[in-house]
Each structure stands twice: as structure tokens, then as C-alpha cells.
Write a new protein. Structure first.
Lengths: 84, 519
């Protein structure tokens, strides 16, 4: 799971949280409901996940619930890579 | 002369069986049924004491229920005040208590937080609660439930006259509190009539409703189709930000008149995979709310090739006041944004200098607008009203847009920026002062100032500079959450910077230019 979460965490810190202490971004920090990712940021995150992990995410899979924390993103990506 | 709701009744009489509204995945409603549902709400609201001269709040997700509620309110002669269902509850409570609504039509999910926030303001709100919305069934069920305590007597549809207030739309306020823009039936109907003249809609058209109802783009979306007996496809909050599903919907519903911000059109071009679908029904693409960077405009035009494209411009206070049709071919080497265009036929325009003297030589000046389409004023803000208008010797009020323009030969206007600190972010109007006021309420923040910059692609980013009480840095994650709890999502700063103290100008104001230079 860390192999998935770590690069996503680095991407979010470098793109949306420049200057933040990396340890402040927890696996359970709300990303969308916490104002870190807006709707455009969410689309960009989906593009990042698709490219980084070679997966295809469908429209119904990219709601705020499935992408709101690093933990949720980890589970989503894992479920997609496991079925490939 | 008809008011907005009289148009609905005329369309009901002409073609009661035609579909008026489609709520994708949740149902549709015909003109006859919509007329009946809005009559029932009129009667219920009238029984609650609502009438001409009142305001009624609207705190609902976009749905057939919310459109029907708007017309039910108008039929009582009252004005509606829509609040953003995605905004923090305190803001909804502030708006609904500020304009002193007699009743608020509220979705169950929002009631508890709304009442708690209103109580903090020392106010109570009388709510007509819809357990759920979608397909019009939530409103019908709420009316059925109310009827069980006694059926509301039938009340004739009111005629508030064209000078009656139709709606109050709240926009960002530089002092930290939203301000309510008051618009009459005359302002709304003259704008809608102008749309009829230019876009020539018919009952066969299918319109999109992308903008939320607290946004002035919705005035076109709601009233133009219902005046002409056309069909309106409602695009809810979640669907509206999902370009893949939006792309499918625009094709499958055979939308013929699309209206949104350039940001949404850019998202559609970039993420919508538009080449997969058939958009042959599309006749007009209208955009407004912000500058459309030419490379992004070229991208959507390459994918949606059939329709005519229109740049519409105007603040909420005037709705659309200038327009410009984008030429068929956008030259490969063009990078300058297209003009905001010519003044609409129902309005008059001028460019003035700081003293209000008319500029005719093509110099940069402020665009001012007169005519029946302009607002009556801001709700309960006499000082803001005094500053927002100037009056000609003949008594004509002119609204000062705050936008700097240059008039080109032929009367076409080019947009040059703002006179003040209002910025447009993804089409939303943002007063940087409102963000600063919110951040100043943070217990660890001593000083806050925001600067906005536009990137090469035209995207506006907002950076907040803070001086903390401890002199140290604060958690950006925590600051973003703090903003989310107090501001609409589109006002949350993109980035934060920290300084021991904020730089000052010689007149002891925050030196915003120095902050901009820090990057």
C-alpha cells in the first residue's frame, strides 16, 4: 500500500501544498472536503493516478468519497491494479 | 407587460404536454404539471403569509423541485433569494437573515446546520422543508404533508408589476460579508427579451442549465427556455464538475443552446473526450463570467465545430450588457482575448474617467451601464448604493461596473481589467477582501492579504500572505480547512506564504504590489 500512497502523497504535497510540513499530510487528511483539491485538482489527480499506475478510472469511480483521503486513493488504485 | 412567471403560464397554456424540465437520472416534468406544482406552492406560501414585497429563501440542490420553487415564489409576488447549497451554512444563514426572508424553502439535509447558524446570529428562520429533492417529488410530498394540516386555499397568481423585485443574488463582498444584488422583473424580462432577439430560440430548442441558481447565468438558463416552451436540462452540482459525464449528457440530451463559464468549456475540451459523441444539435455556445484564453477557446471550437460562439459580458448588477460573436475562424497566431463586444440593445453604455467625464477618444476608462436591465441596488447597503451609481442631469442612473475597457472603432469594447480588487476565478466573482476577512478571524493570524495572478493559460490563482501571531508558519492543511468552513470552495486560496510582518506602503496600507513581486 505504501508503494501507492507515497508517490501520491509527494504529488499532492508538491502540487497543492507547497511549503507544508510533509508529516502534516496524514493518510486520513480530507483532501476534497478539506479544500486541498478543488474540482480541477481532482481531475488532475485522476490523470496523475491513471498515468502513474497505468489504470483507467471510470466516471463513477472518481467521486469525492473514493478520492478524499490518501487511504481511500490507495484502496481505489489497489483494487484497479489487482484486477489488471 | 408580463412578469417572469407569466411567461411560464403562457407556455403551459400553449403546450401543456410538452416537456419543460429534465433532471437527468431523476425524472422530467411537463409544462402542465410544472404549472400545477408551482400553483400549489404559491397557495401554500400565500397561506404562510408570503406576498408581494416579501423575500423567500431557496436552499436546495438544483432539481425540478428548485425550479418549481422559484416559480411558486414568483407567483406569490415575492422575490426569491437563492443560496449556494455548497457554501458553508453560516453564509446561507447570513444571506437569508440579511434579506429577512419570510419563509425559506430548504432541503432537509441543510436544515439543522442552517438553524444553528441562524441562532448564532440571534435569528430564527421559518422553513418549508423538502425531505429530498429530485424529479419534483420532494416538493410535491412537502406540499401533500402541509395539506394534511389543512389544504391551502387557492390564491390568484400575483402581478407584482415590472418594478416588483424578482430575485436577490448575493455576490462576494469586499468587507467579508456577501452583498445582495436586487433585480426587478423589468431587469430580468428585458434581458430575456434581448436573448430572444439575438439567439432566436424556439420550442424545439434544448437548453443546458449548468450555472448554479445563485449565479446570474441561471437567469438566462431558467427563463429563456420556459418563455419559449423549450426544454431545459438541469445539470446538478456534482454532474456539473464532471467533464466526462457532462460530455455524454450534452450529446444524449441533444442540447442545442449551451451556456457556461469558459472554465467548464475548457474542462470539456480537455477531459470530456468530445470526439466520441454527436453534437449535431448544438446551435449556440454562450460563455460568460471570465476571460476565455484564446488557446482554450480554439480547443473547444475544434471539437464542437457546428455551433456559433458568443462571448457574453456583464456583472450580476446588469446581467449581460455587452456581447460579441466569435468569428468562425480563430487565426492560428491570435493570442489576444476577443472583445467583450457591443452594448446589448436594451441597455446604454459609456466609458468614463474617474470624474465621470465621458471618454470618446479610445482611452481606457470605466464601463458604465444604464437602462432597464440594471439592478435596483444592493439590499440594505445605502453607502454601497451611493458608490455604485452616478446620476445624469436628466435623472438617468448609471451603474459603474468597475471594469476598465477601451472602446475600439466601431463601438466594440475591449476588457482591460478591474478598478478594484475583485477577481474572477473559474467564472466566480471573488472579492479578495472577503478571503482576508475570513483569514483574519483565524486565532493564529495577525495580518492577512491576498493577491491574485493569472498564469500564461489565463488561470487565476490566489495566494494568501499571512503574518502569524507567533511569527512562525502555520499548517497549510489546517488553513485550507479553516477557509472551507467559512468560504465558498472557489474562494479557498491556492497557496499560502508567511512573513514576519506584511510590507507597507508609504501611506501605511498593505503593499500588495510588493507581495505580488514575492511570487
Amino acid at each position: 500500500m505504501d508503494q501507492i500512497i507515497q508517490p501520491v502523497k509527494e504529488y499532492i504535497l508538491s502540487t497543492y501544498l507547497k511549503g507544508e510540513d510533509p508529516s502534516a499530510l496524514k493518510d486520513t487528511t480530507p483532501l476534497i472536503t478539506g479544500g486541498i483539491l478543488d474540482s480541477l485538482g481532482t481531475l488532475e489527480l485522476v490523470s496523475f493516478l491513471e498515468q502513474r499506475f497505468g489504470i483507467q478510472l471510470e466516471a463513477h469511480e472518481v467521486d469525492a468519497e473514493r478520492l478524499d483521503t490518501l487511504q481511500a486513493i490507495g484502496s481505489l488504485v489497489k483494487s484497479k491494479t489487482a484486477t489488471v | 407587460m408580463p412578469c417572469l412567471h407569466h411567461w411560464l403560464d403562457a407556455s403551459v397554456a400553449r403546450a401543456p404536454g410538452a416537456v419543460a424540465l429534465t433532471d437527468p437520472g431523476r425524472g422530467e416534468i411537463g409544462y402542465g404539471d410544472l404549472g400545477h406544482l408551482t400553483d400549489r406552492l404559491r397557495d401554500r406560501l400565500a397561506a404562510l403569509g408570503v406576498g408581494a414585497g416579501d423575500r423567500v429563501g431557496l436552499y436546495l440542490s438544483k432539481s425540478i423541485d428548485s425550479v418549481a420553487s422559484i416559480f411558486g415564489i414568483l407567483k406569490t409576488g415575492a422575490a426569491y433569494t437563492p443560496v449556494d447549497p455548497g457554501s458553508p451554512p453560516w453564509r446561507a444563514a447570513f444571506i437569508l437573515t440579511d434579506c429577512d426572508v419570510r419563509v425559506a424553502v430548504v432541503e432537509r439535509a441543510f436544515v439543522a446546520a442552517l438553524e444553528a447558524e441562524a441562532a448564532k446570529l440571534g435569528k430564527t428562520l421559518r422553513c418549508l422543508v423538502l425531505e429530498e429533492v429530485g424529479g419534483g417529488r420532494g416538493l410535491a410530498a412537502a406540499l401533500d404533508a402541509a395539506d394534511r394540516g389543512g389544504v391551502a386555499p387557492v390564491t390568484p397568481t400575483a402581478d407584482p408589476g415590472l418594478d416588483g423585485l424578482a430575485y436577490i443574488l448575493y455576490t462576494s463582498g469586499s468587507t467579508g460579508k456577501p452583498k445582495g444584488v436586487m433585480l426587478t422583473h423589468r431587469a430580468a424580462t428585458t434581458f430575456v427579451d434581448w436573448c430572444s432577439e439575438v439567439f432566436q430560440p424556439t420550442a424545439a430548442d434544448v437548453f443546458s442549465s449548468h450555472a448554479p441558481f445563485h449565479f446570474d447565468l441561471s437567469v438566462h438558463d431558467i427563463y429563456v427556455p420556459l418563455k419559449h416552451g423549450a426544454r431545459l436540462v438541469l445539470i446538478g452540482e456534482d454532474l456539473g464538475k464532471d467533464p466526462g459525464r457532462l460530455a455524454e449528457l450534452a450529446a444524449s440530451e441533444r442540447i442545442s443552446i449551451w451556456y457556461s463559464t469558459p472554465s467548464i468549456l475548457s474542462l470539456l475540451a480537455q477531459y470530456g473526450r468530445l470526439e466520441r459523441h454527436d453534437y449535431s444539435a448544438l446551435r449556440h455556445v454562450l460563455f460568460a463570467g471570465e476571460v476565455f484564453p484564446v488557446p482554450r477557446l480554439r480547443a473547444i471550437k475544434a471539437l464542437w465545430r457546428g455551433p456559433r460562439y458568443w462571448n457574453l459580458y456583464g456583472p450580476t448588477e446588469t446581467n449581460v450588457c455587452t456581447y460579441y460573436e466569435i468569428p468562425d475562424q480563430v487565426p492560428e497566431d491570435r493570442t489576444d482575448p476577443y472583445p467583450i463586444g457591443w452594448c446589448c440593445s436594451h441597455l446604454r453604455s459609456r466609458v468614463v474617467d474617474l470624474d465621470g467625464s465621458i471618454l470618446t477618444g479610445g482611452e481606457e476608462g470605466e464601463l458604465v451601464i444604464a437602462g432597464p436591465g440594471i439592478m435596483s441596488g444592493y439590499w440594505n447597503l445605502p453607502e454601497r448604493n451611493a458608490a455604485a451609481f452616478f446620476t445624469d442631469p436628466d435623472g438617468t442612473p448609471w451603474y459603474k461596473t468597475g471594469d476598465l475597457v477601451v472602446e475600439e472603432p466601431g463601438g466594440v469594447y475591449l476588457f482591460h481589467g478591474r478598478r478594484d480588487r475583485m477577481v474572477k476565478r473559474r467564472g466566480y466573482r471573488v472579492e479578495l477582501g472577503e478571503i482576508e476577512a475570513a483569514l483574519s478571524g483565524h486565532p493564529q493570524v495577525r495580518e492577512a492579504a491576498c493577491v491574485a495572478t493569472a498564469g500564461p493559460d489565463g488561470q487565476v490563482t490566489i495566494k494568501a500572505w499571512l503574518a502569524s501571531r507567533s511569527g512562525g508558519r502555520l499548517s497549510i492543511i489546517e488553513l485550507k480547512q479553516f477557509c472551507m468552513d467559512r468560504l465558498p470552495h472557489y474562494m479557498v486560496p491556492d497557496a499560502f506564504g508567511f512573513l514576519d510582518t506584511l510590507p507597507r506602503t508609504s501611506t501605511d496600507k498593505t503593499d500588495l504590489q510588493a507581495l505580488k513581486a514575492l511570487g
